[in-house]
Design a protein around this ligand. Structure first.
Ligand code: HEC
Length: 148
C-alpha cells in the first residue's frame, strides 16, 4: 500500500513537471505590448510628405508585407505559419490609440514572431514606415501630450 502511494506521488510529480514544461514551451499568449512612456512620446522627425510615405511603402513591401499583408490586414503569405497573428493595421480604433512613438518602438524592438528592425533598418527608415502605416488606417494620428 505504501509503495503504491509512492508510485502515485511519483506519477503526479512527473505529470506536473511535464505539464509545466509543456506550457513553458507553448508560450502562452503574451500580454499587452507595453511601450515605455518616454518612447511613446517621441515625435516623428520624418515629414508627412508624399515622398516619405512612398519610401515607407517601399520598405513595407520589402520587409513587412510577407506577414502583415499588402494592405496591412494581417493576411500576408507567411502570416498563417505563426501562432501569433499580425494585428490588423487598418483598424482605425487600434491605430488611433497608438502614438507614432509607440509604433516606432514596436517596429524597432519586435516581438516574436515579429523581428525587431533596430539593426536592420535605420532610424529614419523606421520613422518613414510609421508614416506609411498611418496611410493604412484612416484614423487621425493621436496628438502627443507632453509629460506633466
Ligand atoms: C514574421 C512576421 C512579421 C514581420 C516580417 C513583421 N511583422 Fe509586424 N507583427 C507581427 C506580429 C505577429 C505582430 C503581433 C506581435 C504581438 O502582438 O505580440 C506584429 C506587430 C506589429 C506592430 C504592432 C501593432 C499593434 O497594434 O500592436 C506593428 C506596428 C508592426 N508589427 C509593424 C511591422 C513593420 C513595419 C514590419 C516591417 C518592417 C513588420 N511589422 C514586420 C509579424 C510580423
Amino acid at each position: 500500500m505504501k509503495r503504491r502511494g509512492h508510485i502515485a506521488l511519483f506519477a503526479a510529480v512527473v505529470l506536473l513537471a511535464g505539464y509545466l514544461l509543456f506550457s513553458a514551451l507553448r508560450q502562452p499568449a503574451a500580454g499587452p505590448w507595453v511601450v515605455p512612456p518616454e518612447a511613446a512620446l517621441r515625435v516623428n522627425p520624418e515629414p508627412d510628405t508624399e515622398s516619405v510615405r512612398a519610401a515607407g511603402g517601399a520598405l513595407y513591401r520589402e520587409h513587412c508585407l510577407r506577414c502583415h499583408g499588402e494592405f496591412g490586414r494581417g493576411d500576408g503569405p507567411e502570416a498563417a505559419q505563426y501562432s501569433v497573428r499580425p494585428p490588423d493595421l487598418t483598424r482605425d480604433e487600434r491605430m488611433a490609440a497608438q502614438s507614432d512613438g509607440e509604433l516606432f518602438y514596436k517596429i524597432s524592438e519586435g516581438r516574436r514572431p515579429m523581428p525587431g528592425y533596430r539593426r536592420r533598418l535605420t532610424e529614419s527608415q523606421r520613422w518613414q514606415l510609421v508614416r506609411f502605416l498611418r496611410t493604412l488606417a484612416r484614423a487621425p494620428v493621436p496628438p502627443v501630450e507632453p509629460l506633466p
